[in-house]
Ligand binder design. Structure first.
Ligand code: BGC
Length: 733
């Protein structure tokens, strides 16, 4: 009500001041207040025009320009949005021109696409990015992705994915930022700032879309699209925080998930979509369904047909229907029958128009057309891609300083299916990345070790299958080399959407290859490229060094070669735990304490996972001082400073991330054994000491949320934890 009154006053003021010049409708006037422009436009739109705003179309997979031409002619000038698969900005501009000039009101289309970890310059997959702990670099990668996307005709990306994931059988772990809510929240903010910049109306910025709202990563057994049983406590504690952080950071849009959340599917969930997202958090943009998730309500057993599915989704709070046409087909009848009120239609369209206005599309509906060489893969983009890829890689094991490759190795066996690969190394959702632009690992190594070491390459085996014919050449290469570097991993479709696997071990043929190469009795260095944590229980025992390189993208070659040579000192730390075996899932660092902590573990494997969240080595060594606290007792409204000095005691410069955890040992709702509350990555030169500081704000960092979304801060003891140090302090009234 208050907002309405304000709009009326603003409008009256505006009309008086511009009385003499108001020939054009208000909605076309960029100087008029946004809500007044929308009011005006809504008052002019027919129901059909409104409903068409609420649908996203696509024109198929074929990016052949001739087909696009035909398809483009078929596109109605009234459509709200297009999932735009072409890279051609001119086609976009032509389609947009139709909307601007051939439709009655000239409402611009919003063009969306999945630029998930880059557009043409492909950055490492998000899971890898989160192991960098470098939010500045993540932000920069999103800025670059936004520029390349915008110059290709896009206004909107379906990114970032904020599904906190703890089951690596689920292929979509690749697309998120790991197992921790706080880390995911920080990366969410970085990504939104990168995509959206400071003003969405500026050139080169695109709208972000937080997905998949919500609880999707709990799909049972890691089987994609399946039911997820999410308790309200877990919903609030684990899944909501990154979305809330994203909304606070100004994300323009949200995507509702495919999953059924404990009986009420995410795309028909009034509680999550309206009560929380809109009413509690105040999101003023719009929600788009996931591809077909409106019609999926029929399969999920909550709607008898598409019409009912459309009604349920719409009334729950999904404003745009992704490529389904359910809204277009059924909302007119639903309105006529009085099942969907006009006020709700207006509110939904208002939200969509608001995002379009914020993007400045009414004033600047077209994107700049520049030649491809000015659009893509600019030198600074490639530099950022290499930096992020190298900072994402995690050195898991390094016995007897096997790495880096120094002059002690004159010849290197380079073996495995990933060495010359230029497709799988980009990972899933590679945007518009092209294999021809990928620097393969082999190319990177040739450049890095030219004049320094002989490279003896052999394929060894394929990613899967049973063909062991390549083993012989591989063993020969290993025998004549001083060290054996084996590049194993996953094909890109083994992770990502619909990329569920019942085991997270590598196929047997790949493990067998490593066993075969042991015969050469040379140091074994494993370089693993995957979209998920892997089961390494067997390989870990026989490898001298292991680096998880993830799916590094366009600059794979230089990044990997730099890590191997020591040009890049590894600084990645795991953002997701590597279990001993697949059967140990779920296992994550912030579990709650068991009733009998020493008992109840699997009898056939060690109690702990193979690698914990936060693990990751460097070629240098860091010594941590004792944690210093500014006080041991504070009131709820006071702040506490925790500090630790880190000395680089090795002989290489390095970047070290300090992960600050909190533990609340006794609370009315039990707390995890530790929870990440802050992290910071800094460069520390060899021999230097650097201070790290965490200012604890009790309400922000020590409170917990209950199953209704209310925060509680209790008095009593708390611990701040860094590495193995645990220091107590107290909160008093
Ligand atoms: C995926 C989304 C994606 C959409 C559009 C769906 O299948 O689940 O993550 O944004 O397709 O491509």
């Amino acid at each position: 009500m208050k907002r309405r009154i304000l709009v009326v006053i603003l409008l009256a003021a505006y009309q008086t001041s511009t009385f003499s010049q108001t020939k054009q409708p208000i909605y076309k006037d960029k100087n008029a207040p946004v809500e007044a422009r929308i009011d005006n436009l809504l008052s002019l739109m027919t129901l059909d025009e409104k409903i068409k705003q609420m649908n996203q179309w696509t024109y198929g997979k074929n990016a052949n320009p001739n087909n696009i031409g035909d398809q483009m002619r078929a596109v109605s000038p009234l459509i709200g949005s297009l999932l735009y698969r072409s890279t051609n900005p001119e086609y976009r501009n032509q389609i947009q021109k139709k909307a601007m000039t051939e439709s009655r009101l000239g409402i611009p289309i919003i063009f969306g696409f999945d630029a998930i970890h880059g557009y043409r310059t492909v950055f490492p997959i998000p899971l890898a990015q989160s192991c960098s702990w470098n939010t500045d670099l993540v932000k920069e990668s999103c800025e670059i992705s936004a520029k390349e996307s915008w110059l290709s005709g896009l206004d909107w990306t379906f990114s970032p994915m904020l599904d906190v994931a703890r089951d690596a059988r689920w292929g979509r772990v690749a697309e998120g930022y790991g197992e921790d809510s706080y880390a995911t929240s920080q990366y969410a903010i970085a990504a939104i700032e990168g995509y959206q910049g400071t003003n969405l109306a500026n050139k080169y910025t695109i709208a972000a879309c937080l997905k998949h709202y919500i609880g999707y990563s709990l799909s049972e057994g890691g089987r994609d699209y399946h039911y997820s049983d999410v308790s309200m406590q877990t919903l609030w504690e684990t899944f909501m925080p990154p979305f809330e952080a994203g909304i606070k950071a100004g994300a323009a849009t949200v995507m509702s998930g495919f999953n059924d959340i404990t009986g009420v599917p995410a795309s028909a969930n009034h509680y999550t979509l309206t009560e929380v997202l809109k009413n509690k958090w105040g999101h003023d943009g719009f929600v788009i369904s996931d591809w077909g998730s409106v019609r999926n309500l029929v399969e999920q057993g909550v709607a008898k047909d598409k019409k009912e599915a459309g009604m349920k989704s719409f009334l729950a709070g999904v404003e745009m229907d992704m490529v389904d046409n359910v809204y277009v087909d059924y909302l007119p009848e639903l309105v006529a029958e009085g099942k969907v009120p006009m006020t709700a239609i207006d509110e939904a369209v208002r939200r969509i128009l608001r995002v379009k206005m914020k993007l400045g599309l009414f004033e600047n509906p077209y994107v700049d057309v520049v030649p491809e060489e000015k659009r893509y893969l600019l030198p600074e983009y490639l530099k950022a891609a290499e930096e992020l890829a190298s900072e994402s890689m995690v050195l898991l094991k390094n016995e007897k300083e096997t790495l880096p490759i120094t002059s002690k190795y004159k010849s290197l066996a380079i073996i495995g299916p990933m060495v010359k690969d230029s497709i799988n190394i980009m990972g899933s959702w590679e945007g518009k990345g092209q294999p021809k632009n990928v620097e393969t690992i082999y190319e990177g190594l040739e450049k890095e070790f030219k004049d320094k070491a002989t490279l003896n390459y052999a394929l060894g085996c394929d990613f899967d299958g049973e063909d062991r014919n390549g083993f012989k050449d591989a063993l020969e290469a290993a025998r004549k080399s001083d060290a054996v570097i084996i590049f194993l991993g996953e094909k890109k479709h083994w992770s990502g959407e619909n990329g569920s696997r019942s085991t997270i071990a590598l196929p047997k043929i790949q493990e067998d290859l490593v066993v075969e190469l042991l015969k050469a009795k040379k140091p074994i260095i494993l370089m693993l490229s995957s979209g998920r944590p892997l089961e390494l229980i067997r390989l870990n025992k026989i490898a001298d060094a292991i680096v998880e390189i993830w799916q590094p993208g366009t600059m794979a070659g230089s990044a990997v070669a730099g890590i191997l040579s020591g040009r890049h000192n590894p600084s990645g730390k795991l953002s997701i735990t590597f279990p001993q075996t697949t059967g140990q899932i779920p296992i994550y660092y912030n579990m709650r304490q068991s009733a009998r902590p020493k008992l109840g573990h699997y009898q056939d494997i060690p109690r702990d996972p193979l690698y914990w969240f936060g693990d990751g080595l460097s070629y240098t060594t860091y010594d941590y001082s004792d944690i210093k606290l500014s006080a041991t007792q504070i009131k709820k409204n006071e702040h506490l400073i925790a500090e630790v000095d880190v000395t680089n005691s090795g002989n290489r410069d390095g970047k070290e991330t300090v992960l600050w955890f909190i533990n609340d040992p006794v609370a009315n709702i039990s707390r995890p054994m530790k929870e990440l509350q802050f992290f910071e990555k800094k460069l520390i030169k060899s021999g230097e000491k650097v201070a790290y500081r965490f200012e604890i704000d009790p309400m922000r960092d020590l409170s917990y949320v209950d199953s209704f979304g209310n925060n509680h801060l209790e008095t009593g003891d708390y611990f701040v934890i860094v590495n193995d140090q645990k220091v107590k302090f107290e909160i008093v009234d």
